[in-house]
Design a protein around this ligand. Structure first.
Ligand SMILES: [Zn+2]
Length: 305
């Protein structure tokens, strides 16, 4: 998925989403231990890509793994380290490598999307978390107010300016997704950038001053011109491209005809749950929202039959 302008575009061409939620057994932390155990897992990023085992040409189909702290040291990897926490009892560390860091033999830098079905879900989720911390570290090296170099603030995940005291926390951008229903029908839209015939739920970023629900109402109005009732929460999912949090809802249609006002949307239509178009990948939050709603509508149907 990616955003185009201020709108969420679940562009699943070649990639899919996954459940990148906090893994069971993970305890978050921010204070790097004085001595990091050699067995700690390292999420080392160079220019947005994660260091994993394997070479570029071979090892297709061999599941990649992450280096340990001991291996990273042996490989001469050095950069800004941020403690993520513990997965079960294993320390997890994010490492921001310089852009000219070498690619050691037997290792490669891989884009997160390419790892979606290669890494286990817990590691993928932590890699998403690590990538956001590393990106925050990269983009907050100087104070946004007075341009003084910042330093890590003790006691929390924050950077502070030693000159003016400005504190910067990792940035998370909330976005909403909504599946509008009208009786047994679901409103699905196709953005210009979607692969061919794929339709999905509506989505967009929250604007300053809005509640999530305000955003749901506004985006539906802007994108398809219809009014809805109160949004009903479905689920949420972090999305590390680069720092989004998707919050998904359903909402019942309340009035108006479909009127595409948004340059992003190519087509929007009402679909019956048994006659759906091509949908996003089954592991995306969009697809889970659509599948769960379709199942509910079919159940309603059976009950009323
Ligand atoms: Zn400052």
């Amino acid at each position: 998925m990616s955003f185009v302008g201020r709108h969420w575009v679940p562009a699943f061409a070649g990639t899919t989403g996954a459940r990148v939620k906090t893994p069971r057994g993970f305890v978050t932390g921010h204070a790097l231990p004085a001595v990091v155990p050699a067995s700690a897992l390292v999420f080392a990023f160079r220019d947005g890509k994660l260091l994993v085992s394997g070479s570029r040409d071979r090892d297709e189909g061999t599941p990649p793994r992450l280096p340990t702290w001991g291996e990273a040291a042996a490989l001469g990897l050095d950069g800004a380290a941020h403690f993520l926490g513990q997965l079960d009892i294993c320390d997890c560390v994010a490492l921001r490598l310089p852009n000219d860091a070498p690619e050691p033999a037997g290792w490669r830098y891989a884009g997160l999307r390419s790892l979606f079905f290669a890494l286990s879900e817990p590691l993928l989720a932590l890699a998403g978390r690590a990538s956001q911390i590393v990106e925050w570290d990269r983009t907050h090296r100087y104070c946004g107010a007075c341009a003084t170099p910042t330093r890590d603030k003790p006691g929390e995940r924050a950077k502070e300016c030693p000159a003016c005291g400005l504190v910067a926390y990792p940035r998370v951008s909330p976005a909403m997704m909504v599946l509008v229903t009208r009786g047994r029908e679901m409103l699905l839209a196709r953005a210009h950038r979607f692969p061919q015939a794929m339709f999905s739920a509506l989505a967009g970023f929250v604007e300053p001053g809005e509640s999530i629900e305000d955003c749901v109402h506004r985006e539906v109005r802007e994108e398809v011109g219809v009014e809805i009732g109160e949004p009903v929460y479905f689920d949420s999912q972090p999305w590390p491209f680069p720092h989004s949090l998707m919050i998904a809802y359903t909402a019942e249609y309340a009035g108006g005809d479909i009127r595409l006002e948004d340059a992003e949307i190519a087509e929007a239509r009402w679909f019956m749950p048994d006659a759906l178009p091509d949908l996003p990948s089954p592991v995306s939050i969009a697809r889970r929202l659509i599948d769960a709603t379709a199942a509910r509508l079919r159940d309603d149907d059976r009950r009323s039959a």
